[in-house]
Design a protein around this ligand. Structure first.
Ligand SMILES: [Zn+2]
Length: 101
């Protein structure tokens, strides 16, 4: 069942964790003259556009872990691709030697 498989997988996210600062626009609010409101947020690209999703503080740790998971997976993939080039080079070198060039 695909929905069970999906929910069992750890969350994976590609984006950045930022602190979103904004002024709410209410003239009477402290943010009108003082510090803007701050909330943790995730920025990500969707359909070629950068989007921001504000997060609940309870979500920050999980989102940070999901971003780290993506970074690790990307680094692993990149390392495999680098090893792939080395492997291809070696294979060609051995083949060239065998054919006497
Ligand atoms: Zn405000």
């Amino acid at each position: 069942m695909p929905c069970i498989a999906t929910s069992a997988r750890p969350l994976l996210l590609h984006g950045s964790l930022i602190t979103f600062r904004r002024r709410c626009g209410k003239a009477s609010c402290r943010c009108a003259t003082g510090d803007p409101h701050e909330s943790p947020a995730l920025t990500f690209t969707e359909g070629g556009r950068t989007k921001t999703m504000t997060l609940k503080s309870s979500e920050v740790a999980e989102v940070a872990a999901a971003l780290a998971r993506y970074e690790q997976a990307q680094a692993d993939l990149e390392a495999r691709a680098v090893a792939g080039i080395a492997s291809l080079r070696t294979r060609r070198l051995l083949r060239d030697r065998r054919s006497g060039r």
